[in-house]
Design a protein around this ligand. Structure first.
Ligand code: G6P
Length: 606
């Protein structure tokens, strides 16, 4: 997730671009850069690190001019470095990009074969080459961009500038946000209204599959075939702070809603629908040598690892252990060559997980990191790294980082299963088919927010909650309880449904809400029995079940339904109502949802 901004008008572009980037820095701060047109050519000034580094550089290397583009990067393809910073310039073309080009490897090979020279490891530079080539025969920049887009698959918002047509910026959108800001004799384009709100409140939100040509005197919108689209502008009444949260009250709620897009980004370029297989980017494991898989993680990442255990055992038939990193590192774990240790950490900086990795490496295991932050400490330390591409998560309580970790687990399990031959091609095809449908199904669930708001009001005054689940739903019960306690400060316990009778059942009375995860699947009848045990003791049951389940209503006080999917992938849907329940309970209590007391986003102490 990167921040992008463009300006065309009569004022000096650089201060406006840098001002806008300051508002976008929360989207990523691996590098920052601008390209500004002046006296026949555009000058690119960019550097690794935070925006302040770019500001210092611009003092030494000023970039005058009244047309320009700017970018703040959250690395996906290519490590954070000066060369991988945007804008990327090829011939007369400067490009900034937010998103991922799915077919970048094939395009890079094709371009290289016809003589293209690359100066970065990014997918973005490929697009600069494509536009530059099209420009040789196209009548204008908009046509060149349109022709180049035909070759590109993936999620993106691009802004393109050409030294040959300096009066024009061209932007295109597919899945990544893009907004145009309208001024007097000047116009803006950005990934986020926040970036332009201090300059104009008149905006047009660009839709999927649209190309916008931005000139000083106005903007023209077309679809990818060149057909005009007529769009009205909106006047933004949000405050700057609200705008940063995309109009949502908290970052956590925004991030809950971002999950369908985040999961789509995790899947981008990783599933091969023709070969019924997955690729883990550069990760190439010697699967024949793996005798056991050991997950190490903390907090929410630990819960994702517990789902990983279920998936890897089920699909790859390899023995799996899951350990809390803080326990693993202190118990002289029995580990060695033949073990694949998977360190799961959204931030990539958690100290206990990092030390667990050191321990595993010392003992000769192969270590794979699953992280959301490119080039963070843990992936750098590991033999292999796989990134979830969820975009920066600001709310301390993890939501989109968790669901994208679950998707990463599914991809890893399919990858291993195909290579151990435990997973048939047919079953892999079915699972991959379900995976690609997840973003839409997740969208359906996050749209049920109003129902969860009502339920939060109904149950939010309780002194405690119990969450129950079996199989892959057990970790989701743990995660539901963690989410609720960390942001609402209400005590909550997650339990394996079958264990309830060994203790927690003593807690049950009419004051205890029990959230039961009971989607259709092999454990359904057993969980319904557990649910009956709760109700026989006057416990209040809120069931999370599968759409079309007409039976469950008779066993529960309230029911939340999620779409059907493969059993292995159900956790990715069932966790969503639990996140929303926690959010609305906490919001009802008026706690500091995004920065709950005593917690930190990344814990770098033991
Ligand atoms: C902190 C955060 C949690 C997170 C845990 C592990 O406690 O508040 O949300 O799950 O650290 O973080 P990691 O970055 O390693 O996934």
């Amino acid at each position: 997730m990167c921040g992008i901004i463009g300006y065309i008008g009569a004022r000096q572009a650089t201060p406006l671009l840098v001002g806008g980037l300051k508002k976008l820095e929360y989207r990523g701060y691996d590098s920052a850069g601008v390209s500004v047109f002046h006296e026949g050519t555009s000058r690119v000034v960019r550097c690794r690190g935070k925006l302040s580094g770019l500001e210092d550089k611009l003092v030494r290397e000023p970039a005058p001019g009244t047309v320009g583009i700017g970018h703040t990067r959250w690395a996906t393809h290519g490590r954070p470095s000066d060369e991988n910073s945007h804008p990327h310039k090829v011939g007369p073309i400067s490009v900034i990009h937010n998103g991922i080009i799915e077919n970048h490897l094939a395009l890079r090979a094709e371009l290289a074969a016809s003589g293209a020279q690359f100066s970065s490891e990014t997918d973005t530079e490929i697009f600069a080459h494509l536009v530059s080539r099209e420009l040789a025969t196209a009548p204008d920049l908009t046509t060149a961009v349109r022709k180049a887009l035909v070759k590109v698959r993936g999620s993106y918002a691009f802004v393109v500038m050409s030294d040959k047509e300096p009066g024009t910026l061209v932007a295109a959108k597919n899945s990544s946000p893009l907004v145009v800001g309208l001024g007097e004799g000047e116009n803006f384009v950005a990934s986020d209204v926040t970036a332009i709100l201090s300059e104009t409140r008149k905006v047009i939100f660009i839709d999927e599959g649209e190309i916008v040509t931005v000139k000083r005197e106005g903007v023209t919108i077309t679809d990818f075939d060149g057909k005009p689209r007529v769009r009205d502008h909106k006047v933004i009444t949000w405050s700057a702070v609200q705008a940063e949260k995309g109009g949502f009250k908290h970052f956590m709620l925004k991030e809950i809603h971002e999950q369908p897009r985040a999961v789509a980004d995790t899947l981008t370029g990783r599933v091969d629908l023709e070969r019924d297989d997955v690729t883990l980017d550069g990760v190439d494991l010697d699967v024949a040598k793996i005798k056991r898989v050991v997950f190490v993680a903390c907090g929410t990442s630990y819960h994702a690892s517990l789902v990983g255990e279920f998936l890897v055992e089920a699909l790859a038939r390899l023995p799996v252990e899951v350990d809390l990193a803080s326990e693993f590192r202190y118990r002289d774990p029995i580990i060695g060559p033949g073990d694949l240790v998977v360190a799961v950490s959204q931030s990539g900086e958690t100290l206990d997980t990092m030390e667990a990795v050191r321990e595993a490496k010392k003992k000769g295991a192969t270590v794979l990191a699953i992280s959301n932050v490119v080039e963070s400490s843990i992936p750098r330390l590991c033999d292999h790294a796989f990134y979830t591409h969820a975009g920066p998560e600001i709310g301390v309580a993890s939501t989109k980082a968790f669901t994208t970790q679950l998707v990463a687990m599914a991809l890893l399990a399919i990858y291993l299963g195909r290579r151990t031959n435990a997973l048939s091609r047919e079953k892999a095809r079915a699972l991959i088919g379900e995976l690609v449908q997840l973003p839409q199904k997740m969208r359906d669930v996050v749209e049920t927010g109003a129902q969860l708001q009502v339920l939060a009001r109904r149950y939010g005054n309780a002194n405690g909650f119990l969450f129950l689940g079996r199989g892959a739903q057990y970790p989701i019960a743990l995660e539901g309880a963690l989410k609720l306690k960390e942001i609402s400060y209400i005590h909550a316990e997650g339990y394996a449904a079958g264990e309830m009778k060994h203790g927690p059942i003593a807690l049950i009375d009419e004051t205890l809400p029990v959230v039961v995860l009971v989607p259709r699947g092999p454990h359904y009848d057993k969980v319904v029995s557990n649910l009956a045990e709760v109700r026989a003791r006057q416990g209040k049951v809120l069931a999370v079940a599968t759409k079309g389940d007409t039976e469950i209503g008779g066993h529960a006080d309230d029911v939340v339904l999620v779409p059907e999917t493969a059993v292995e992938l159900q956790p990715i849907l069932t966790v969503l109502p639990l996140q929303m329940l926690s959010y609305y309970v906490a919001d009802g209590k008026g706690t500091d949802v995004d920065q709950p007391r005593n917690l930190a986003k990344s814990v770098t102490v033991e």
